[in-house]
Unconditional design. Sequence first.
Length: 154
Amino acid sequence: MYKRKTWLEKLYDSKDFPKVQKITGKQSKRWGTGTIVIPAPIEVDEIMRKVPKGNVITINEIREILAKKHNATIACPITTGIFANIAAHAAEEYAAEGKKRITPYWRTLKSDGTLNEKYPGGVKAQKEKLEDEGHSVVQKGKRLFVENWNEVSI
């Protein structure tokens, strides 16, 4: 019988990543020329882990750090987002084990500053954690944003 991997297992399963490859085909229409890095999940977690209390980071900022680290033109937006989600759920698995120092995933926002509904507990839980750290969360339409997120972004 197939046993589903835990989030922690997914976090530490780097497969053959990171991988840098040339941007080709459909990708070049969207992103132009150059190279793209597909990061390892643990690399995304390491960046998220370094965001200090009182600050936030966006997925695009994480992508910029990864691209620079690997001398690539860009970092893959799809895998970076997926791996941020894996890091968030893995952090909650650590918390369930009683660990206190977990990746502060709630400080990672979507590229436009919105909260991430895919994180554990959804936007409600992320909002509570951010407000506990002193951030103001505002609603614009149906979406929630950290107020002045671009001013407290690292």
